[in-house]
Design a protein around this ligand. Structure first.
Ligand code: MLT
Ligand code: MN
Ligand code: ZN
Length: 300
């Protein structure tokens, strides 16, 4: 299985258009350290690809990766589908960019597909512009994407997008946020993609225990990162993202995994690990953990 990281930033990107935090200032001064929104492309053989999340940058991300370029026929594309981990804007706005009469299969859980029908009605909006199939995934039920790639969704959190409204936000039973476990049936390689992780519980530990590669939620360094930088009052945990650092952060658990590649993704622009020269970046790197970026490739 081939995995191409297309970008690694959380909502807003890095830099974010209306943010003058230290990180965004630095990324404006040094554009080469900036990164587009978090997403990966996955393929069994390199011929047919699946995108994990359709970010607001998806057209730039496709343009930057020759594996994803169209051909040989005038309107054939190696991209066969999009797997959605949730219905957040930063993971779904790109569906609007992928119209142009294309035919793709979009995979998501029931609440995610329902959100895209009712509250952010991409499905209706696109029905005359593209030929998308909407395929519901059941957590825990493996699904063969093609001869080689098998994917299983697993629940990570239950936070609905804010645009859904308050009543729905209280629905703790819904599978609003999932991770995907991808298996190559030929090599036996396993990769996990989990950009939203509220807590590292036993169920999550099971999903990653035997993985060869893990892409993990690296949104925030600390829980109070946004408020401590004056960038809003919400905590990381209230947004469904456990922090990277600290005794109860994800880094120590991630570092302890046997996986060969451990990669943070969905990193907010306020998170100092985006800065290659920061002490926080060094700390993460010393633990054997990489920080995602466009162009990073993994084979498992
Ligand atoms: C998230 O990852 O929690 C959301 O994308 C944040 C948001 O845009 O509200
Ligand atoms: Mn997000
Ligand atoms: Zn910023």
């Amino acid at each position: 299985m081939l995995i191409h990281c297309l970008g690694a930033a959380a909502g807003g990107g890095y830099p974010q258009w209306n943010c003058a935090c230290a990180g965004c200032r630095k990324a404006r001064a040094k554009p080469e350290i900036g990164t587009t929104h978090a997403g990966i492309a996955v393929s069994g053989t390199g011929e047919q690809w699946f995108l994990l999340n359709a970010t607001p940058d998806v057209h730039h991300q496709i343009a930057a990766d020759p594996s994803l370029h169209p051909g040989p026929e005038i309107r054939t594309t190696p991209i066969a589908g999009v797997l959605l981990t949730d219905a957040e804007f930063d993971h779904t706005i790109g569906l609007l960019m992928l119209r142009e009469e294309s035919s793709l299969t979009v995979y998501g859980t029931f609440p995610v597909l329902e959100a895209l029908a009712l509250w952010f009605p991409v499905r209706q909006l696109l029905s005359d512009y593209a030929d998308f199939s909407w395929s519901q995934v059941e957590t825990g039920t493996p699904l063969d994407l093609d001869d080689r790639l098998r994917v299983t969704a697993f629940r990570t959190g239950s936070k609905a997008p804010r645009y859904i409204g308050r009543s729905r936000l209280r629905d703790q039973s819904s599978e609003w946020e999932v991770g995907f476990r991808l298996e190559d049936k030929v090599t036996g390689g396993i990769a996990v993609y989990a950009p939203t992780l509220p807590q590292w519980d036993e169920k999550f530990a099971e999903q990653v225990a035997s993985a060869d590669c893990v892409f993990l939620d690296g949104t925030f360094w600390t829980d109070d990162e946004m408020s401590s930088q004056g960038a809003g009052g919400r905590t990381g945990r209230s947004m469904g993202h456990m922090p990277v650092s600290g005794d109860d952060g994800s880094a120590r658990n991630l570092a302890a995994l046997p996986a060969k590649r451990k990669i943070y993704t969905h990193i907010n622009n306020t998170n100092p690990i985006l800065d290659e020269e920061s002490k926080e970046r060094r700390w993460v790197t010393d633990l054997g953990i990489e920080v995602g970026r466009a162009g990073l490739e993994v084979e498992v």
